[in-house]
Design a protein around this ligand. Sequence first.
Ligand code: ATP
Length: 283
Amino acid sequence: MEVPARAKLNLTLDVLGSRPDGYHDLRMVMQTIDLSDRLTLKAKEGKGICVYTNLHFLPNNEKNLAAQAALVWWETRKEPPQGLDITIDKRIPVCAGMAGGSSDAAAILRALNAMEDTPLSPMELARVGERVGSDVPYCVLGGTALAEGRGEILTPLPPLPQCWVVLCKPEFSISTPALFAKIDRVRLRCRPDTKGVIAALEAGDLAGVARRMYNVFEDALPLHRRSRVNDIKNILIQCGALGASMSGTGPTAFGLFEDKNCALEAQERLNGLGGEVFLTQTV
Ligand code: ATP
C-alpha cells in the first residue's frame, strides 16, 4: 500500500505559557501543503518493523515515528505487532518545523485504519495519534485547523483559499527542545492575531490571513539565525507574497502568493540564496 504524508505550515504560532507537566500551552493555526513524503507499507513474514529511507541519518528501526505509529496502532487494537516493511521516500525537510515525522506517523495510522473492516472515524484516529506525538492528531486530520493545548486539541476551520506557497529551509536546523526551553525567557515583541486570522478564514480573505501570519518563535532564534529567516521573508515580500512567516520552531520560512509568476520569481531568487526551496500549493 502506498500513501502520501503531507507537510504542514503554521499560519500562526503562539505560546500561551508553560505547564506543570513540562509542556507548553500553544495556540496555532495550521495548514496542510502539497509537499509530501511517500510511504510504502509491505507486510512480511515474522515479527518486527524495518524502515528504509532515502536519508541515511533517519532511524531505520522502532525509533522512526512511522514505526512507532504502527506499534501504537496494534497496541490500541490489542493485537500482536505484525511484520512490516516501511519505505519512506523523504521529501519534507527534516527538523524544519514542517512536522515531517509526525506526518509520516499519521500516514501509517491512516493506511492501517483503511485496511480495517470497521475503520475508526478521523477524530478517533487522531486520538490514537496523540499517543505518538503532539502534532500527529493534526496530521491525521489535515486541512486548516486551530490546534491548542500541546497541539492535540483540534478545531477544524474554514479552508484557506487555495494559493501558491514558496518555502525555504536554510541549511541549518533548529533544536525544537532548545527553543521551547528558551521561549519562557524571551520578551515577545508581539503576538499573533489568532482571532483576526480565524475571522479572515471565515470571510475567505486570503490577504487578510496572510498579513496577520506571525510566529512567536522568531523572537527566540539566535540573532544570526533570525537575520537569515528575515532575509528569506524579505525576498518573499519583495516578490509579491501576500505575507511571510516562519513555520513551527523553524527555520523554514514561507510566503503565500495569489500569482504563480510572482511565486516562480521568489523561488528563483531564493534558489540563489542556498538551502532547500520548494514551490507548492495549499491543500
Ligand atoms: P515539528 O514541526 O513537529 O516540530 P520538525 O519538522 O521540526 O517537526 P521532523 O522532521 O518531524 O521535525 O523530525 C525531527 C526528529 O524526528 C529528527 O530528529 C528525526 O531523526 C526524528 N524522526 C523520527 N522519525 C522520523 C521520520 N519518519 N521523518 C523525519 N524525522 C523523523
